[in-house]
Design a protein around this ligand. Structure first.
Ligand code: HAM
Length: 415
């Protein structure tokens, strides 16, 4: 028997109301903040991600679905949405548009990870990017959008974690200080961290290993070594977040798992959060567009995992509106009546009334049982008499009341 590949899942009809709900909340909040939808391909040149997300990251090193196509091009299924959007920004000359260009997406995303609750090999991200301005007010707006989005979904008890990891001017100094600090603890570090110390020291800060975390608790903090510009940016941002009444907690260990960030990084975490539980994360990436061949262009964005949002909606028992289903079922008695039923179903659908119809030669009793199981409000019954008179029986499935009605009356009543 075939099964969905490990780490992927079917989104069955009973799950769909959650997806429609979150997608609609995402679309309406983006509209409020002036973001327009963009869709990028499911796969891109593999190099796009190694250049942007970073060669030394888990995503690029271990998690990408990379393959050669029949023409020999090396492609990867998108492990995230920011690099493709930036590629599109450059490719379509969007620097000629009014800046910042504000784009959002809901995209399927692939990472070869060890599957567990909230972590899959195929997941979906709602993300948005504001490209073309370095004003900290834009960082604040991006964080505000995330906060208002989760709030509009009905989620409570969330925290915003905030940090600044500096820019290409001040970060080298910080990394050197960090390396020096951790070098004193090499023998206590886990094997991954020993590699991080050489290749990606920033990532030492978010190691989940308890013995490494102990060392990290007194590690030098990036905010203590920011250049005056980055320091000013962070100060201003915090002021704006205060103006917007957004509750945030500074966390010097927050560094994110992608290498393109500069200055602001932030994550939104639910109350009972484990290591893998961030609802979403984002930050500023002022050097990415130029790295991808565009003019130097500052930018900031955020993405949240759809599956994790839905997991939290369920955990918090947020009521989700059901999707509309047909409320009318057509039953018939005999071949001639069946012809009339087929015609009536089609006529009502063309008039915009959703209907279901019986099939086959089951008894009327069995057909009404089916209508009951489908939880429709009304059954329309066509028997021999109705074929002759051109009328139908309208049965209220809740009260079992029935009356014979003409086609025009029927439409009026159903509406
Ligand atoms: P990220 O933190 O790697 O950031 O992913 C964003 C969100 O996607 C996570 O917070 C999480 O909710 C969800 N997510 C990530 N991996 C998985 C997984 N394996 N299974 C289920 N959900 C997952 C980015 O991807 C950046 N592009 C965000 C960004 C946008 N930064 C700037 N603009």
């Amino acid at each position: 028997m075939y099964r969905a590949p490990r780490g992927t899942s079917d989104i069955l009809p009973q799950e769909q109301p959650y997806w429609r709900y979150v997608e609609q909340k995402a679309a309406s909040i983006c509209q409020l903040y002036g973001y327009e939808r963009i869709d990028t391909p499911t796969f891109e040149e593999a190099q796009l991600f190694s250049r942007s997300v970073g060669e030394e990251t888990d995503i690029v090193e271990k998690e990408m679905y990379t393959f050669k196509d029949k023409g020999g091009s090396e492609l990867s299924l998108s492990p995230e949405g920011t690099a493709p959007v930036c590629r599109a920004y450059v490719e379509h000359g969007m620097h000629n548009l009014q800046q910042p260009v504000k784009l959002y997406y809901i995209a399927t995303t692939f990472r070869y990870e060890r599957p567990q609750a909230g972590r899959y090999r195929q997941h979906h991200q709602f993300g948005y990017e504001a490209i073309g301005d370095d004003d900290p007010a834009l960082d604040a707006e991006v964080i505000d959008l995330a906060w208002q989005f989760f709030k509009s979904c009905g989620l409570v008890g969330l925290t915003i974690k905030l940090n600044s990891i500096g820019c290409k001017k001040c970060r080298p100094g910080y990394l050197a200080t960090l390396k020096k600090y951790y070098s004193g603890y090499v023998s206590t570090l886990c094997s991954d961290c020993r590699i991080r110390l050489k290749r990606n020291p920033l990532r030492l800060l978010d190691c989940k290993n308890p013995s490494c975390q102990k060392i990290t608790s007194s590690a030098p903090r990036s905010i203590e070594l920011l250049c005056p510009e980055c320091d000013g940016h962070l100060r201003q941002l915090k002021q704006y977040l205060g103006l917007l009444d957004l509750p945030f907690v500074e966390n010097h260990r927050l560094v994110r798992g992608l290498d393109y960030y500069t200055r602001t990084v932030f994550e939104v975490q639910p109350e009972e959060g484990g290591a893998q539980s961030a609802l979403g994360g984002g930050g500023r990436y002022d050097d990415l567009i130029s790295k991808l061949g565009g003019k130097p262009t500052p930018a900031v964005g955020f993405a949240a995992g759809m599956e994790r949002i839905i997991l939290n909606l369920k955990k918090q028992k947020v009521p989700i509106p059901t999707l509309p289903k047909p409320q009318v079922f057509i039953a018939y008695l005999g071949e001639e009546a069946k012809d009339e039923a087929i015609k009536l179903a089609s006529k009502l659908r063309r008039e915009g009334i959703a209907v279901l119809e019986a099939l086959g030669t089951r008894s009327l009793k069995a057909q009404l049982r089916q209508a009951n199981n489908l939880a429709v409000k009304y059954a329309l019954i066509i028997g021999e008499d109705e074929v002759k008179s051109g009328k139908v029986i309208l049965r209220d499935m809740i009260t079992s009341e029935q009356k014979t009605v003409s086609p025009s009356e029927l439409e009026r009543l159903l509406r």
